[in-house]
Design a protein around this ligand. Structure first.
Ligand SMILES: Nc1ncnc2c1ncn2[C@@H]1O[C@H](COP(=O)(O)OP(=O)(O)OP(=O)(O)O)[C@@H](O)[C@H]1O
Length: 520
């Protein structure tokens, strides 16, 4: 670390931070100061440079010349080194929390920070357990035992262990915790604990840099917020209390968020519906339902009540399903059905964790969208090129993929844009039944509108769509019908419901007070 003369010794300052990948300027002269005792939010649409900013901070990318990262008046070396970050009290909590389930709470908290004892350099586990217990005590999380296995903890406790680990390397009452979409994996009921713990850390003199897609969360938690667009700061350190969610969204996107949904005509009798019969899994029992071509059918409920198992049962993703799906003249037996057989029958499935199992990162946008169907087209490679370009352009246009370059390797797109390509690949296949699980997870507000719009127009093209989601706003935006699940069965059927009606029915289902299936 070198000395740098700055006016105030802030816990973290980014000065003229730039990062280029070839001709792409992922970050362009970003200035940002995190004050002591504040939660500073960073928002921006998919591809605006948020992940690049975290990676530069973490030392995974070397920033361009002239960029400076300054901690309490001292400039960090470039690229940043783990040891310097630790000494400076900068810790990063990543999206997946980065915990090891097979290790104890104390071991997870100790990672990277433990001290060794004696000539044999043994780790002093007694001491580590004591330190873990002290940190958990500070976080008012006494119920989490340092010797407990992390794999056995619920999501709320896991998130607290991740914060405790970040605190392990921080001086008490100092340092900066960088939270990179850290609440993304948390269920709603675990969020309150997480927020309370974070507020406690900041009240004790620490600071946080909160990178989040969730504008509601940013409004609730942060003191100031910096808005990025195309790698540059468009609004630096705005006082959160002086802005609104809508204004933030407008600044992020550079336009007003359009409301262009629910324009589809009501479903009337048309071609035969897709019939799902006798579907049985671990939670779901003997379920029958129909989805009409042109209809978006939503399924929802509290986590684990069956709606979230259904997509995997009818797409061949779980081996133990029973029941059948009728698609036109074809009847698909789900017992022993593989994903391949379901795809061949016309069922496309976009699972929740989609990038790991669906994209070839080294291949271009065009190849990812069209390769699965090149064989099916039965044409020689060269004569299919125009078709491939047309298909790729359609997806890029329909879903607003940015940058709109079909030759770009998918691995070079931001996470949210990769997600759009993945969805586009399945939409382009024109399935009979499209099954989606949380399709708007971790995308920005503009991308969410693009995705919901694409789902709506896919239904308009005559596809039957099953949308499994816990987001009432998404369901209300595009669904013709919503089925609410409790304990593996449907307890309410709502026709074009608004958000309130969905929340009410899910809540009633949880309390076991829901009436048998009804129309609302
Ligand atoms: N390794 C890379 N090579 C080339 N370009 C890259 C690379 N990593 C990121 N980019 C580009 O830099 C820009 C910023 O991407 P970044 O991943 O930082 O965005 P983001 O705001 O985190 O998006 P998201 O919210 O979708 O995760 C994008 O245009 C992206 O395509």
């Amino acid at each position: 670390m070198e000395r740098e003369v700055t006016s105030a010794a802030a816990p973290l300052e980014l000065r003229s931070l730039s990062k280029s990948f070839g001709t792409v300027k992922a970050l362009h002269r970003v200035d940002l100061t995190v004050r002591r005792g504040e939660i500073h939010g960073v928002v921006g649409q998919n591809g605006s440079g948020k992940s690049t900013l975290v990676k530069v901070l973490a030392g995974l990318h070397t920033p361009d010349r002239g960029s400076r990262i300054v901690v309490e008046g001292r400039r960090l070396s470039s690229p940043t080194r783990l040891r310097d970050l630790r000494e400076a009290g900068i810790t990063i909590v990543h999206q997946d929390l980065g915990l090891v389930p097979g290790k104890s709470v104390a071991e997870n908290i100790a990672v990277g920070g433990f001290r060794t004892r004696g000539w044999a350099r043994l780790i002093d586990w007694r001491r580590e357990e004591r330190i873990a217990a002290e940190i958990l005590e500070r976080l008012e999380a006494r119920s989490i035992r340092p010797s407990a296995m992390v794999g056995g903890l619920g999501p709320a406790d896991r998130s607290i262990v991740a914060i405790a680990r970040a605190l392990r390397n921080q001086r008490e009452g100092g340092g900066v915790m960088v939270l990179d979409e850290a609440t993304r994996a948390l269920p709603k009921d675990a969020l309150e604990d997480f927020y309370r713990t974070l507020r406690g850390v900041v009240a004790a003199g620490g600071s946080a840099l909160l990178i989040s897609h969730n504008l509601e969360e940013v409004m609730l938690l942060t003191d100031r917020v910096t808005v990025l667009r195309d790698g540059a700061v468009v609004d630096g350190a705005v006082e959160t209390a002086s802005t609104t969610e809508r204004e933030l969204a407008r600044r992020m996107l550079g336009r007003d968020v359009e409301r262009r949904l629910h324009t589809r005509a009501a479903i009337t009798d048309g071609p035969a519906p897709v019939q799902i019969s006798g579907v049985t899994g671990t939670v779901v029992r003997e379920l029958d339902l129909d989805v009409r071509p042109g209809e978006v059918l939503g399924v929802t409920g509290v986590a684990g009540s069956g709606w979230d198992e259904l997509p995997y049962l009818i797409s061949g993703a779980r081996g133990h399903a029973a029941g059948s799906v009728r698609l036109g003249a074809r009847r698909l037996d789900l017992r022993g059905a593989t994903s391949r057989r379901c795809i061949d029958a016309g069922i496309a499935f976009v699972p929740e964790h989609r990038i790991d199992d669906g994209l070839a990162l080294a291949l271009s946008v065009t190849e990812n969208i069209t390769l699965p169907r090149v064989k099916q087209k039965g044409r020689p490679w060269w004569s299919g090129l125009t078709w491939q370009r047309r298909e790729a352009d359609r997806v890029i246009e329909r879903l607003g993929v940015r940058p709109p370059e079909r030759a770009k390797p998918v691995g070079q797109l931001s996470g949210g844009n990769q997600q759009k390509v993945m969805l586009g690949k399945w939409l382009a296949g024109r399935p009979r039944l499209l099954v989606l699980h949380e399709p708007t997870q971790a995308v920005d507000i503009g991308a969410r509108e693009d995705i919901l719009h694409a789902i709506s127009t896919t239904a308009e093209d005559g596809v039957a769509v099953l949308l499994a989601s816990i987001q009432p706003a998404d369901l209300a935006a595009v669904c013709d019908r919503v089925l609410v699940f409790a304990a593996g069965r449907v307890v309410a059927e709502l026709l074009r419901p608004d958000e309130d009606a969905i929340v009410e029915a899910v809540y009633a289902g949880r309390l076991g007070t829901a009436p048998p299936p009804r129309k609302a």
